[in-house]
Design a protein around this ligand. Structure first.
Ligand SMILES: [Cu+2]
Length: 164
């Protein structure tokens, strides 16, 4: 009986391989966020806005960000976060692909941009993670070391937008 069981299992494996090993594709999902300046920054940068797209397909995620009205020639980092913009702090913590791996860069969906002389910037990045429904917002942080203005602000969190 035991060998019959093994033979059946082997047949299943061969069957899976014959179809290329494909499982059902996960549902593709595109979510967007409209980013607005957070308290403190809204007064300093009255025209600051942004938009972000988080698109999952085929087990991967594409992250796209556009910003304007920010400080000129400044460095910013954007992450997908796990809270909403009404949380404290806005956006909560980093979304983590595998929460057990902890808060490390390889576990994030993020990108870095440098603004133009007009204070605008954009970027795209692709990840092997699938942004699931724990991904709830996009937060843009300024690199405080780059900015006198940032050093006077209560937080490095400049923009936040909920993913919808
Ligand atoms: Cu962040």
């Amino acid at each position: 009986m035991r060998s019959a069981t093994i033979a059946a299992a082997a047949a299943l494996l061969v069957g899976a391989a014959a179809c290329g090993g494909d499982s059902e594709p996960e549902a593709d999902d595109t979510r967007e966020a409209t980013l607005e300046a957070l308290p403190g920054w809204a007064e300093a940068l009255p025209d600051a806005v942004g938009s972000a797209t988080v698109a999952t397909a085929d087990g991967a995620t594409a992250f796209e960000l556009n910003v304007s009205g920010l400080e000129q020639l400044a460095g910013y980092t954007a992450h997908v976060h796990d809270g909403t913009c009404d949380d404290t702090p806005p956006g909560g913590d980093h979304w983590l692909a595998d929460p057990e791996q902890g808060d490390v860069e390889s576990n994030w969906i993020h990108l870095m941009i440098e603004t133009s002389v007009e204070g605008a910037g954009n970027g795209t990045a692709d990840f092997d993670h699938v942004a699931d429904d724990r991904a709830r917002s996009v937060v843009v942080h300024i690199d405080i070391a780059d900015s006198d203005q940032a050093a006077r602000m209560p937080s490095d969190r400049v923009l936040c937008g909920d993913l919808e």
